[in-house]
Design a protein. Structure first.
Length: 135
């Protein structure tokens, strides 16, 4: 139903699991299934909608084979299309090479897509740098 919010323990489960995300986005968007495995009696669509409405960006951090941790992808959560959470990638880390010490070298590449969250960024005075970085 509209305006329905998840119980505190369900939101806690979602936020605890967010810190363990891998590059596989499906792991993140399977959260409604994980929540449904518990004793919570909420329709899957309501859980998915709650996630889509409460999360703007997913920042994926990965431990690379050289032991460093890097942001490897920034994905924007656009909303819902039917019962599917819709996303678009804004930035990705592209591996280039390794230096003589085995450290991974790479660069961040923008997808060139205009972010849907630009209006929210504008509320904080961050719209111009955000837009310039994305395009």
């Amino acid at each position: 139903s509209p305006g329905m919010t998840l119980p505190h323990h369900a939101l806690s489960l979602v936020s605890q699991k967010q810190s363990a995300l891998s590059a596989d986005e499906r792991a993140f968007f399977d959260r409604p299934n994980m929540i449904l495995m518990g004793d919570i009696k909420i329709p899957k669509e309501a859980i998915s909608r709650q996630i889509a409405e409460s999360i703007d960006l997913v920042v994926q951090v990965k431990r690379l084979r050289d032991g460093s941790r890097r942001t490897t992808q920034i994905t924007e959560v656009i909303g819902m299309e039917g019962d599917v959470i819709v996303t678009q990638d804004l930035f990705k880390f592209n591996y280039l090479d390794e230096d003589t010490d085995g450290n991974i070298m790479g660069e961040y590449a923008s997808s060139g897509l205009r972010p849907y969250t630009l209006e929210k960024a504008k509320q904080f005075g961050f719209d111009q740098p955000y837009l310039e970085a994305c395009l």
